[in-house]
Structure formats: structure tokens, C-alpha cells
Design a binder for this molecule. Sequence first.
Ligand code: HEM
Length: 380
Amino acid sequence: MDPISAATHFNPYDVHYPRLRARGGLTFDATLGLWVASSATAVAAVLNHPACRVRPLHEPVPRAIVRRPAGQLFARLMRMNDGPRHRCPRAAIEAGLGQLVASDLMPTLANWRPALVAPLRAADLRRWQFALPVALVAGLLGVPTEQREDLARRTGEWVACFSPLSNESQLLAADQATQHLSAQLQAVLAAPEHSPLLSDILRRSGDLDPQDLLANLVGLLAQTHDACAGLIGNSLIALLADPALCQHLRQTPAALAPWLLQRQRLDPPVQNTRRFVAEPCTLNGIELQAGDCVLVLLAAANHDPALAAVTGAAATPPDFSFGAGVHRCPGQGLAQNIVGALLQALLRTSDLSRLPLRWCYQPSVNGRIPLFEDSLEAGQ
Ligand code: HEM
């Protein structure tokens, strides 16, 4: 196991991440050719330092997609930029997302078409895990009901362009999905009436380039896709293994949100992110040079015994599952709301622990996303 393959390892938490933290929190991995931040202090230092950028200066768009439609959309995303191209779309979008923290999604799920039924096999569960979170966000943006799940499927095709593991046919599908997603969101923008979320975003968008706005609306679907699928999947693994817990959460719905917060810290869907040093700087007492790359192990920092001391002292969230600093996830509250609502609905509709499932992690360099398959035996 290395700090990258740890993301999809069965258990990186007990030995691998503690061993990395014990080496000092920020160390150079000569095999991978990058710095690795693993302690809460080092992760906070990197994510809050202005010299640490989200993309290398010489490669704002990954080489594999730079001249392709998928790459043109990528280039406009706030997640992939620093400076005005990050600040301006974020200023337009963040407040509207923040208002959805407490919105009640249960009536939407109750009236969903095609109706939501208890999952009987892995394919049913994949709908809850991958399609519904994105479809819910698409609905909040104003995408018509009948297009939402198809848009979620297309989003799944587009996000493949973010992964260095994708092959040519996946990149081709990502290009086609880019055009489809852009056209669908453009139609929503051009409609005579807008959803409350989109109205809020448009009110705050000022002179934001319309193409940047469009790209970042598509970006919301992309950010939702893998991360929510991971949080739902990792929560399901814990639920599938524990019928008593399912029973408790079914009978005491108020216990679900605190349980989910704990799961999100212990088994986060985004295990790591990267930062690229743009100018010499000192991080965790170590001097880094322009051109250095830092692998930021959010999941290792979440398990650091010093986590509470670090996040309590700095302007960071209680854990690093949603990042920290200027790129911190603006969809955190909405994501927790979506995942909480879907898990609550799942707990109501089915006896999860009876589902005959096995699972493995989707190949990824940073996400921890279980893929469920049918099995003759329950659980794994
Ligand atoms: C469980 C679900 C989610 C998790 C764990 C998650 C996690 C994260 C993390 C770790 C980052 C920071 C990446 C970095 O700094 O390198 C991030 C950024 C972002 N997330 Fe999320 N996210 C989730 C769901 C969502 C949802 C539902 C939305 C919106 C609908 C969203 C929108 C964004 C955006 C736009 C960014 C980029 C922010 C920026 O660059 O300023 N996320 N997310």
C-alpha cells in the first residue's frame, strides 16, 4: 500500500495512515515523487496556504483532456482554478447552496417518478447511490423531472475525465456527456422561470462570464456524483454489517445525522486531494519549492488524535472530509442533507442487512466509493 492506493484499500486507517503521521505529518515520498501531508496540522497548513494551488501552473488542464470538450469545461471550474476564476463563480453559488442545508427533501423523494421502491439487488442500490443525489441537485437547479436521472448518468460519464485512470473510450464518452450536460443546463438557464436556487445564483452572478456560470452549474452535478456516492456507499457498508444499528436508526431517525457525521469523519469518500506549490513557502516547518506537489491526506488527518485541537483552534471545519480553506466544499450542508434523506428513505423501505450484496472499491486515486454487486451471501 502507498498513500495513493490507500484510498481504496480495505483498511488504511489502523496501520498505514498512523505510520505516515508518525513520520512527522509532512514527508517526501521519493517513490511517488511528491510530498505527503498526513497530520491534521500539516493538512490544515497546506489547504490554508495561498502558495498552494489546485493545479500546477504549467498544466491548468490535465494533458489527457486539454484539447477536448471535456477539458474546456474543466478549465472553467472553480474547483480547478485559483484567483478570480475561482472567487467569482464561488461568490455566485455558495450562498444559494448554503440555504439548502435544512430544506426538506423527503416530499420530493416521496413523489419521485419513476417511484422509489425498496432495493432488491445491487443495481437498485446503485440508483440510490449514484443517480439520485445528482438528480436531486439537478432538480434543485430546475432540471425537469423526466430528465434528472438521465442527466445523472451523463454526469457519471463526464466525471471520468477527472480521473487519470480513464481510458480513451471513457474520455470520448466524457466529451459527448460534456455537450449533453451543457445543452441541458443552458436550456434551464434560458427557461422563462427559474428555481429558487438558480434565481439566487443568477442574482449574485454579477458580470460573471456566462460560460463560466454554465460550466460551474454542470460542476455542481460533477462534485455531487462521486462524493455523495462514496458517502452513501461507505455508510451502507456499516449498515449492512449491523442489523441492530439499522433497527436503531429506523426507530430513532434523529440519531441518523450525528451517526452520519461520525461515518463521514471515520470513512471519508474523498480520501485525498492535491496542491501544487506556486512559490517557495514554509509548511509545517519545512521549506517547499515552486513546482512541488503535495498529496493532502484528508482521511489520515481525520484520524489524527490531534484533530480536535487543530480544527478547534483554526478556522477549519470539525474534520477534513469536505476540505478546508478557500476551496472548502460549499455543498457540505446540502450533501449531508441529501445523503441523510436517502439513507432515511432506504432504512424505511427495506431491511438493508438482508440484501445479498458484496462490494469492492471503484478504482480511483483519491475517492473511496464502494461498488455493490449481487452475492449469494449477505454482506462481505
Ligand atoms: C458527501 C458529499 C461531498 C463531499 C465529501 C465533498 C467533498 C469536497 C471536498 C473535499 C472538496 C475540496 C476539494 C479540495 O479542496 O481540493 C469539495 C469541493 C467542492 N464541492 Fe464538495 N463534496 C460533497 C458534495 C458536494 C455537493 C452536493 C456539492 C454541490 C451541489 C459540492 C460542491 C463542491 C464544489 C463546487 C467544490 C469546489 C469548491 C471550490 O473550489 O471553491 N460538493 N467537496
